[in-house]
Design a protein around this ligand. Structure first.
Ligand SMILES: Nc1ncnc2c1ncn2[C@@H]1O[C@H](COP(=O)(O)OP(=O)(O)O)[C@@H](O)[C@H]1O
Ligand SMILES: [Mg+2]
Length: 617
């Protein structure tokens, strides 16, 4: 029983130690990372910043030491009646300079600081964008935690900057404290220890407060996020229409208020207990310091220290107390922000999830076929198997249509072919070479996609099309040709500034397009590419059946010889394909030409029958 209690206590103590240790280690790591960040931003300014930091934080101690020497000299002069010597004059001038120097340094340090801040914030933004594009697959983009991180990151781009300033305050306080404490050794070796001892309870209380405050913040993170959600709802274009129609604005404001009240109560209790402990420990600290004052006066009366020593001691005690206080606060805040920094930094530690070949080869064209061999797939983090063990192929230059109900997995096949994900099992081959053996960039460059949910870029019409082949984005004839092929030319000719018209209402002066017009822009974007694989994933859902049919006929002529994967719900379009694949519940149900499948009288024939009846009636 006794052993059990003892070991339980050990575990609790170990946990405490571990969490404290982890915090210290985390803080040190964070500090080093922040320093590295600022160093890469500007090595010169970083050195300047560190230099001014060391100088300004040692000035208090230097000036106190000069004061001691000066007072002692003056005492000797008064006692002996000797004239002022040069040393005393230099001491006096130095003393004055030490007191003026901080004011002279101030504007310089301010300028360095704000320049470094601006540079650092811009650097972080660039780093975030780079990291997001480095993640070549979509695995992370499917996870809500990823967006949580991203949101956190966007709300905290100034975190490294504020960490740097916390760190520099901590360092500067540390330097001041050590230099002042070492001065007091001269008076009596007992004083620095006594000073630390007197400050210790206060330090511990402050540390406990910061721990408590950050634990509370951490515990309340879900509520804080919910607060942000309610706040954002009323401004979100996606939710604002329903909120107005259902008249639920006041309801959400109430939800916000209720939630805020609970959050605020906890924050207030932390603050109140902090105020109480601050008053108590400041008082204790004050009593301790008064006792030390008395001790110093006593030993000076005994002649153990000089008048200069006493003057020096009196001049630094207030500074020492302030520095102790500030150091605890800053170090506490620094340790606390290491939690946030951890979340911040974890974004940069995400590594691409796609397989890479040791020596990937360039993809240029398809000689024989694209083959899905025994492919199984489950989305990362999901339990649901979308495909298990499916095999099919698309021959070079062929158009393969995929038919299946909503959610059958058609788009997922497209995503696998674009290598947004790797199959969970099995592989996709092009000309007998596994997809991941090709350099990803070269493969994607040869794929022209028109996705079901294509993007509306808030750029000019010309750029919207041109980025289909980003190197040709300024090649006007190429853009005009692609626009003609995708029939966006007629849309653009009606815009006020033609190809220079800014699209979308996101920015001032932008022109919005209809769903069908945006589609033509997206299709033209695909035509910018010298593609070997064309992907059409229900790109014409906004068009009527007749226009879709006409468009696909154009596609067929314009993309002669390009291997095409076509997804459509319209059988008038689907029947134009060379071959058709019917998928259902992750399996291939039927495969063949339109005629073969009709003759088979299976699922395809039934669906085709239903749709043609509908058109005839
Ligand atoms: N990012 C994702 N994460 C998890 N499941 C997904 C994701 N995207 C699609 N799914 C699921 O995969 C299945 C197939 O979706 P999809 O390929 O889009 O179907 P289709 O294009 O045939 O309508 C659906 O059940 C869908 O819910
Ligand atoms: Mg789909």
């Amino acid at each position: 029983m006794l052993g059990y209690t003892a070991s339980k206590r050990n575990i609790t103590m170990f946990k405490k130690l571990l969490s404290w240790k982890t915090r210290v280690v985390d803080t040190v790591k964070m500090s080093l990372k922040s320093l590295a960040l600022i160093w890469w931003t500007s090595p010169k300014l970083t050195i300047l910043m560190l230099l001014t930091l060391v100088i300004s934080s040692s000035l208090t101690a230097i000036s106190a030491w000069l004061l001691k020497r000066l007072v002692n000299d003056v005492v000797v002069i008064v006692k002996t009646g000797n004239p002022l010597d040069n040393t005393t004059i230099v001491l006096g001038i130095s003393c004055i300079l030490c007191n003026i120097l901080p004011f002279i340094l101030e504007p310089g340090t301010g300028a360095i600081r704000s320049t470094l801040s601006d540079l650092l914030i811009a650097d972080i933004d660039k780093k975030v964008m780079k990291q997001a594009s480095k993640l070549t697959g979509l695995a992370y983009f499917d996870k809500s935690q990823f967006y949580d991180r991203l949101r956190f990151l966007q709300g905290n781009t100034t975190l490294p900057e504020s960490t740097i300033w916390l760190l520099s305050s901590t360092l500067s306080n540390g330097i001041t404290l050590i230099s002042l404490l070492s001065l007091t050794i001269v008076i009596s070796p007992f004083i620095p220890f006594a000073m630390v001892l007197v400050a210790l309870p206060h330090l511990c209380a402050e540390y406990r407060h910061h721990k408590h405050a950050y634990d509370t913040t951490w515990d309340q993170m879900p509520e804080s996020r919910q607060l942000g959600y309610f706040h954002g709802l009323l401004f979100n274009i996606k939710s604002v229409r329903e909120i107005k129609l259902f008249n639920v604005g006041a309801h959400f404001i109430n939800r916000y208020r209720e939630l805020f009240d609970t959050v605020f109560k906890r924050v207030l209790s932390v603050k109140t207990s902090h105020t109480k402990s601050t008053v108590l420990f400041t008082l204790l600290h004050g009593v301790g310091l008064t006792l030390l004052y008395i001790y110093v006066v006593l030993i000076s009366l005994q002649g153990k220290i000089t008048v200069g020593d006493v003057a020096m001691y009196f001049s630094i005690v207030a500074g020492l107390q302030r520095t102790f206080w500030s150091l605890t606060q800053k170090a506490g805040q620094l340790m606390g922000s290491s939690i946030d920094f951890h979340t911040f930094w974890s974004f940069f530690e995400l590594t691409p999830t796609l397989k890479t070949a040791a020596s990937p080869q360039e993809f240029s064209h398809i000689n024989r076929a694209v083959e899905f061999r025994n492919v199984s797939f489950r989305y990362p983090g999901s339990e649901e198997t979308i495909f298990s063990n499916i095999s099919f192929s698309i021959n070079a230059g062929e158009t393969l249509a995929i038919v299946g109900e909503n959610g059958a997995g058609k788009t997922t096949l497209v995503k696998l072919l674009c290598r947004f994900y790797d199959p969970t099992a099995g592989q996709i081959f092009i000309d007998n070479i596994a997809l991941h053996q090709y350099r990803l960039g070269s493969l994607r460059q040869k794929i022209a996609p028109v996705f079901q949910d294509f993007s509306h870029f808030f750029l000019t019409a010309g750029e919207n099309i041109g980025i289909g082949d980003v190197e040709q984005v300024n090649n006007e004839p190429a853009v005009i040709q692609a626009a003609a092929q995708g029939q966006a030319d007629t849309v653009i000719s009606q815009l006020s500034d033609g190809y220079e018209t800014l699209l979308g209402r996101h920015f001032d002066g932008g022109t919005d397009l209809s769903g069908g017009e945006w589609q033509k822009i997206a299709i033209s974007r695909a035509f910018m590419r010298d593609a070997k694989i064309l992907i059409l994933d229900e790109p014409t859902a906004a068009l009527d059946a007749e226009s879709e049919h006409a468009l696909f006929q154009r596609f067929k002529i314009l993309t002669e010889g390009v291997t095409t994967l076509l997804i459509s719900h319209r059988f008038s379009t689907v029947r134009m394909a060379d071959r058709i694949l019917v998928i259902d519940k992750g399996k291939i149900l039927e495969e063949g030409t339109h005629e073969q499948l009709i003759n088979k009288s299976g699922k395809y024939a039934t669906l085709y029958g239903i749709q043609s009846e509908k058109y005839q009636s």
